[in-house]
Design a protein around this ligand. Sequence first.
Ligand code: 3H9
Length: 675
Amino acid sequence: MSDIIEFTKEGAVGVLTINNPPANALSFAVCKALGQIIPDCMADDDIAGLVITGAGRMFMAGADIREFNLTRPDDVPDFHDVLRAMEEAPKPIVAAINGVALGGGLELAMGCHYRLIAAGAQVGQPEIKLGFIPGAGGTQRLPRLAGVEAALEMIVGGDPVSAERAVELGIADELVDGDLLARAAEFAAEKAASGEAPPATGKRNEKIAGIDAAVFEAYREKIAGRSRGLEAPFEAVKCIEAATNLPLQEGLALERDIFAVLRDSDKAKAMRYMFFAEREVAKIPDIPRDTETKDIKSAAIIGSGTMGGGIAMCFANAGLPVTLIDVSEEALAAGIGKVRANYAGTVSRGRLGQDAMDTRLGLISGATDYADIADADIVIEAVFEDMELKKKIFTELDKTCKPSAILASNTSTLDVNEIGAVTGRPDKVCGTHFFSPANVMKLLENVRTDAASKETIATVMKLSKTLGKVGVLVGVCNGFVGNRILGVAARITDFMVEEGALPWQVDQAIYDFGFAMGPFAVNDLAGIDIRHMTRAEQRRLWPDRRDPVLVDKVYELGRYGQKTNAGWYDYEPGARRGTPSQLIEDLIVETSGELGLQRRQFSDQEIVDGYVLSMANTGAQILEEGLALRASDIDVIWHYGYGFPRYRGGPMFHADLVGLDKVYDAVSRLYDTYG
Ligand code: 3H9
């Protein structure tokens, strides 16, 4: 028959096993094979019924995303027709869902007459996370099986549900704890023997009858905030609504048209790109997957401040014991107190159980003596940015910690080569740059020093995963990849303000582009005093560079941002959202005058181009210097560390979409104006 679909028999029941590693994706080849084999089996008098399952650990991860840019070959049937033929087939077809059935995988299972599911398997319609909607009946068949409410949640939310939940919702008919295939074959044989007509999912209308349109209206309102900038969630709601008021074939046609438009949109291309980009980051050309790694069973963090405490939480959350080190019992008590309060906040919001909190807190201990962490497998230093202090700490750690321990610095700016050089084990020194709040933000920039061994790097990359982070490997330079790019982009928006834009106009344009906040609001949140501090280092590095002056003036006014209730914006005490400040506006206009600048209008497009394309330009420079492995790594950093909207794909992808000629023009203009 076919290699990609294996055919075997269990008594009179035919078993089709889809074997298309790594994810059994519905490629053109799989679709073609299904289109041939199923009718053949239906025509074969020796086959009473069929079971469809997946080889390996997955049932099917959905359509093959790698083929989305290709045109379907003429000899491959439309998957809709394959599903329709299955639904109309005279003999029972049973899906034996052995592992994840996602997207087209669940659509295939719903095209079957019955579904049996193994404990531990999951089903879902994650298409929304790729910027489009299910395209092979998901929006029409899922509400028929699971009801409208669950279908909305699963399709618009995109998260899979467990096998137990799938049975509860009516998506699957039976949960199988033992031999799934044997039970599925038995089930198919029973159904065949019963003589009852196999039920087509598309004809099951009980759960979609009499649904009030208000349900959909309310759902649109509910998702409006989190769906900002996206069309797919609303189109999904439209299709699910259509399932309740249009005949199946019309609903399917509507879904198919919308799917095609969304799939080919720039936003979906960006999200597809991000799917592969975040899997690519784990691949390091000179460090193969099978490189030896150290077992990390315990950790220590130097410094129990906000960053240190957050990092300790990451370890405790992953079930690893961790010791926080600080200079005094008081400092430690304050640090651990903050961690406790942080967990308690999560418990009170109902997102963590009290037991889990107790377990996690139980994994965090405190100490003031390095002797107590002599056995830690990794030590992460998270004190403030002072090279001399860090060198002193690493010298001490090198003396006290066991020879095999990895010593990492959480520095966000300093030269980790220089730090490693004070130790007798520079091969075991690297950077692990967490983003604040460390227990929340998923990005981890792992800094590869000149001397770091492959084992050290492979270990911290693996550890990133254990901690639930997306680890991206970067080289040593000021600000590494993320902050170095931010420094350049923020400098450009500062200049724009000196020349005629206002901070709130800049922020609005960047917000409308898709960021959660604009650079000035972020600056107020992170602290203008912190920015002021890093600027001193930048001036040291680039003494001849023209620099914007406004940020220092705001600093000199004691307006450090939210913490002082005044920064670029004014804040009511304790408020997170600021209002435009007249004082700042006057200061800006006055400063433009002092600089001899004639203030001019900036369009939103010019602001976005200046901000984002300057990022791409710096990204290109970083690649040229070999400090990031690939352009997509830079995009992953900007998505997970700085909230670059996923549907824009990151600065490098965005620049590719804009086109090299336009990027070149825009960057040349920036160069001519700002140097
Ligand atoms: C769809 O179905 C549209 C339909 O409605 C319409 C049909 C007409 N395609 O993530 P992992 C690869 S849209 C191609 O590391 P895990 C992946 O790149 C699709 N390749 O493993 C990786 O390759 P490599 C809707 C795929 O265990 C390898 O498999 N479906 C696909 O951590 C292992 O993946 C989705 O959106 C694919 N569909 O997670 C599901 N899926 O080794 C997308 C995986 O070369 N997939 N690969 O780097 C996932 O969410 C996860 O991969 C999954 C496994 C949970 C399945």
